[in-house]
Ligand binder design. Structure first.
Ligand SMILES: Cc1ncc(C[n+]2csc(CCOP(=O)(O)OP(=O)(O)O)c2C)c(N)n1
Ligand SMILES: [Mg+2]
Length: 596
């Protein structure tokens, strides 16, 4: 235990950050957090503070930092609008179970409820945090400075242990500024350590099921990556001869060039992934939620068929167990610990599967299908070709970041991920505007990595102001704008389901409209490239990466829906009105769904 020190509330927070090994904070100051930013100044040798241009980006940046490194950092805002600007970021982190700490300023405890500048107080004093209720794992609003140490270690435990998630510290301005004699707790003495192991009998039963399986399949979700369980995942796959398929956030859990890589599943997944997952006799899930998008809206036999497939569900969060599918065996545990126990229980032995060359044949068929769009020489170029060319300019450990839109599905489907924490996407909340700020965070976490922010024009236009942050920081993020003059993923969905589209094309005088993206890059003072022919993309991205600083590559892509999007490989349920093109088909599909 340390000796008592006289510290302000803000100094307590900063001391806590230092002791937790936090190296970075990002945000926008205002009077609501003046004391915090002032206290950070004193410790700038230990913690770097960076500026963003919108508070949403501070949280996406912290989220990208965590996804790339497994280490949380602090996002901060002032009181009021700065705080509310972050809600989309916190929701993204909450849905995808990523650890982000957010500090927001709050009215002085002595004046709460009187209607301070930027206070929300009509229903309850200092009411900002309640906006965050559904999107944080836990939140605190301490009333006294000596309460802070007690709050901080719990916040860190909540954020990083069990199922990770974002937390909110809403700290009144007077609590930040007042000082008290404080003995800060030793963080090691408060930290939740170790990994939660599964019930030993359940492990034995699960191992017997897996050993007897002739068509075992492992489905890896984001939990496999956040638990750093990917080495164990590969070992178990090899021990069983079981292919590994991945969800959106699980992509990267298995090297996609491994012979047992079954690729991605769901509606914009792969045919190999869905074929393997739907025909498994025993399916082991590792940290995944079985959401509509990866489970083809639970329509039986499309991505999964549980039953007759027997599900062994490994998840740290008991609330996910049995939620969407009945379980044959439940392993409530940390993914790494659970996989290790399964490996121990299985012991040595050779795979007993009946796949023969089926996995190779399925992969070859899928690769032929991928080649149609990804190998196309058409101009305007297909987005699939652009993605292939972008990757061709990168190293195998490059980090690719995507947000909502066609690029997100295209990268999921066609980028070859080799390592965990190199495919970062706002998968569960599917947030537009995530890409650029999260990529800056990933680059700050991994300064030596190549980081590619692969955005649609719509995604980029939501947070493109962060080129200013990248320019000031000199972070060498390469932003590639796949420009199709519109929200074309939405147009595609509208057209498929309604037979026409509404409010999705960007038009000016009836013609497709795009701002001059290259001029935007230049205006922010960063290295800028443009590529209109497919074979120009790779050298343009290579030059951008070689520039050593932030860069933007503008790539106009095909707008025609038939060639624009990822291949549809599964099923997705969206209600449509009577009489629309797919009304009957949707109704039939829904009748086959198995989630009720
Ligand atoms: C913040 C937010 N608003 C709206 C949506 C709905 N949405 C999903 S994709 C998309 C369009 C994305 O456009 P763009 O980035 O240009 O990619 P494109 O599909 O055109 O390739 C929209 C509006 C969303 N996911 N997130
Ligand atoms: Mg677009």
């Amino acid at each position: 235990m340390g000796t008592p020190q006289r510290l302000t509330g803000a100094e307590i927070v900063v001391e806590h950050l230092v002791r937790q090994g936090v190296r970075l904070t990002a945000g926008i100051p205002g009077h609501g957090c003046w004391t915090l930013t002032d206290a950070l100044l004193d410790r700038s040798d230990e913690i770097r503070t960076v500026q963003v241009m919108h508070e949403q980006s501070a949280v996406h940046l912290a989220d990208g930092y965590y996804r790339a490194s497994g280490e949380p950092m602090l996002a901060f805002t002032s009181i009021g609008p700065g705080a509310t600007n972050t809600v989309i970021g916190m929701a993204t982190a909450y849905v995808d179970s990523t650890a982000v700490a957010l500090f927001t300023g709050s009215p002085h405890t002595t004046m709460r409820g009187h209607g301070l500048l930027q206070e929300l107080e009509r229903r309850h004093v200092a009411d900002n945090p309640r906006i965050f209720e559904p999107v944080v794992k836990e939140w605190w609003q301490p009333s006294r400075v000596d309460e802070l140490p007690f709050v901080l270690h719990r916040a860190w435990n909540a954020m990083t242990s069990g199922r990770p998630g974002p937390v909110l510290l809403d700290v009144p301005m007077d609590v930040q500024a007042e000082a008290a004699e404080i003995t800060l707790p030793d963080p090691d003495a408060r930290r939740a350590r170790g990994r939660v192991r599964p019930d030993a009998d359940a492990v034995e039963r699960a191992a017997r099921l897996l050993a007897a399986a002739t068509r075992p399949v492992i489905v890896a979700g984001g939990g496999a990556i956040s638990a750093d369980a990917t080495a164990e995942l590969r070992q178990l796959a090899e021990r069983l001869g079981a292919p590994v398929v991945t969800t959106w956030n699980g992509k990267g859990a298995m090297d996609e060039t491994h012979p047992l890589a079954g690729q991605t599943i769901g509606d914009t997944g792969s045919t190999i992934g869905n074929a393997l997952a739907s025909s498994a006799d025993v399916l082991l899930s590792v940290g995944c939620r079985f959401v509509d998008w990866s489970a083809s809206s639970w329509r039986k036999g499309v991505t999964f068929a549980i039953p007759p497939t027997t599900l062994i569900q490994l998840d740290i969060d008991v609330r996910e167990i049995g939620k969407n599918y009945p379980v044959g065996e439940a392993l409530v545990a940390d993914a790494k610990a659970g996989l290790r126990d399964l490996l121990d229980a299985l012991g040595s032995g050779a795979p007993a599967t009946a796949y023969g060359d089926e996995i190779d044949r399925l992969r070859a068929a899928w690769n032929r299908q991928v080649q149609v769009k990804s190998g196309s020489d058409a101009q305007p170029m297909t987005m699939a070709r652009a993605v292939r060319e972008i990757q061709a300019a990168t190293r195998p450990d490059a980090i690719v970041v995507t947000g909502a839109g066609l690029p997100q599905g295209m990268v999921k489907q066609r980028w070859v991920s080799r390592q965990p924490r190199t495919h970062l996407t706002s998968g569960g909340f599917s947030t537009m505007g995530f890409t650029l700020p999260a990529a800056i965070g990933a680059q700050l976490a991994r300064p030596d990595a190549q980081v590619l922010a692969v955005c649609g024009d719509g995604d980029f236009l939501q947070t493109m102001q962060e080129l200013a942050a990248a320019a000031m920081l000199g972070t060498p993020v390469c932003t590639v704008v796949l420009d199709n003059s519109g929200w074309i993923s939405i147009k595609g969905g509208q057209t498929a389901h309604f037979g026409r589209s509404a409010a999705t094309d960007f038009l000016r005088d009836g013609r497709p409209y795009s701002p001059d993206f290259a001029a935007i890059g230049r205006a922010f003072g960063i290295h800028t490239e443009a590529a209109t022919a497919p074979d120009e993309v790779r050298p343009a991205v290579a030059r951008a990466l070689a520039s050593g600083g932030p860069s933007l590559v503008h790539v106009p892509v095909e707008r025609d829906l038939a060639v624009a999007g990822p291949d549809k490989t599964g099923w997705w349920d969206v209600p449509v009105p009577e009489g629309r093109p797919v009304y009957e088909e949707q109704l039939r599909g829904r009748a086959e769904e198995q989630h009720r």
